[in-house]
Design a protein around this ligand. Structure first.
Ligand code: FMN
Length: 228
């Protein structure tokens, strides 16, 4: 029987729910699944969290229009980190596959950025990243902005990517009256002609994506899946 580790960080519960859903699905396929939630040493106040991201915001327009700029930016931008508590699985080499979950905090969530530095045993490991964010799966602003830096860090540690999953949580903590949620709901209707709810774990697109991802992970665990 293959062994998978699902390791994730979740501040407000959405990535945790996705992790539990994936675990249930992989167990249903007959695999052994162990879950580890990354815990931070100190929970930062919600209003302090975005502060390290503010200096990055003026570059956003250039980032969105220029693929060449994004390529360079992903290598050199300042990725904030947050101290995490000692891990139950600080060495992941005993697992056949690692599923790594993070919320999108413009780029990587700060605790996951730290996990990527501290964890051992990624060399030669198959990894399948998964994420939640508020918006619909916008090619550049959501998917590329999160997965490019995440996957290049994983590859630099010697890991091989199996597949990736992104699901909308339709939840954003800022600012006062759900302004960001309304903005992303508007963007979803404008760009995808679909309500944002469809891209969540309770929506048809989100569920289909989760199934497709689990199938790819199951195939990889059975040793027949392609490794990019
Ligand atoms: C600092 C910060 C930055 C965020 N940046 C984005 C973003 O760029 N795009 C987006 O769609 N959602 C963004 N979000 C919303 C979260 O990604 C979303 O609420 C996520 O599902 C939360 O996951 P969790 O409940 O597991 O913590 C951000 C949230 C925080 C706290």
């Amino acid at each position: 029987m293959s062994r998978a580790l699902i390791v994730y960080y979740s501040r407000t519960g959405h990535t945790a729910r996705l992790a539990e859903t994936l675990a249930a699905e992989l167990r249903r396929c007959g695999h052994e699944v162990v879950i580890e939630a990354i815990r931070v040493k100190r929970n930062w106040n919600k209003w302090l969290l975005p502060l390290p991201l503010l200096p990055l915001l003026p570059f956003l327009p250039l980032y969105l229009i220029s693929a060449r700029f994004r390529c360079v930016w992903h290598r050199f931008y300042f990725q904030p980190e947050q101290a995490i508590r000692p891990l139950a699985f600080a060495d992941v080499s005993a697992f056949d596959l690692v599923l790594l979950g993070t919320p999108k905090w413009l780029y990587l969530s700060f605790p996951v950025a730290r996990w990527l530095k501290e964890v051992r045993g990624l060399q030669g490991r198959r990894v399948a990243p998964f994420a939640t964010f508020c918006g619909p799966p916008l090619e550049v602003f959501e998917l590329e902005m999160l997965f490019d830096p995440l996957e290049s860090r994983l590859r630099a540690r010697g890991a091989a990517m199996v597949d990736r999953l992104a699901v909308s949580s339709d939840y954003h903590p800022y600012f006062f009256f759900g302004e960001m949620e309304w903005l992303f709901r508007f963007v979803s209707r404008s760009v995808f002609k679909r309500p944002l709810a469809e891209f969540t774990l309770d929506g048809t697109v989100g569920q289909a994506e989760a199934r497709r991802f689990c199938d790819a992970v199951c195939r990889a665990l059975q040793g027949s899946g392609p490794v990019a």
